[in-house]
Design a protein around this ligand. Sequence first.
Ligand SMILES: [Zn+2]
Ligand SMILES: [Zn+2]
Length: 159
Amino acid sequence: MAEDQLQSFLNRCREHGLKITPQRTAIYEMLCGSRKHPTAEHIYAEIRNSYPNISFDTVNRTLKTFAEIGLTGVVEGHGGPRRYDPNLESHHHIHCVRCREIFDFQSDELDNLEIPPEIKQEYRILNKRVVLNAVCRRCRRRSHIKKQRQKKGASNEQD
Ligand SMILES: [Zn+2]
Ligand SMILES: [Zn+2]
């Protein structure tokens, strides 16, 4: 974890009266090191390598607290267990509907997307994010290979 990232973690914990423990620091470090928008389960599975006695409940609660005090974002609804997003910069998401991976992408154009005035009148917009539902490259390749195999299988049967 970068020095300034660690520093802002420590500051934020102090501001909110959250005791800084090695476990909490490790959970935060793991979260920041992951590009996968991890669930509590993911973090729990990883952290047990270093802290075998930690409970799932502790990890789960710690992540919820991190979200409450603004140390991490939470991924918008996707029908699965809650996923965390340590990337607090403005960015957009691609959800792969097959493997459930979530990819970050940047776009100035989308950042500057104009909100219709009637919506602006009625709501105070806090942030905006564009979410694309898609099939990622890896899954596309996988289904392509599968199709080819099926085709081959079918033609073999005909022979
Ligand atoms: Zn995929
Ligand atoms: Zn993200």
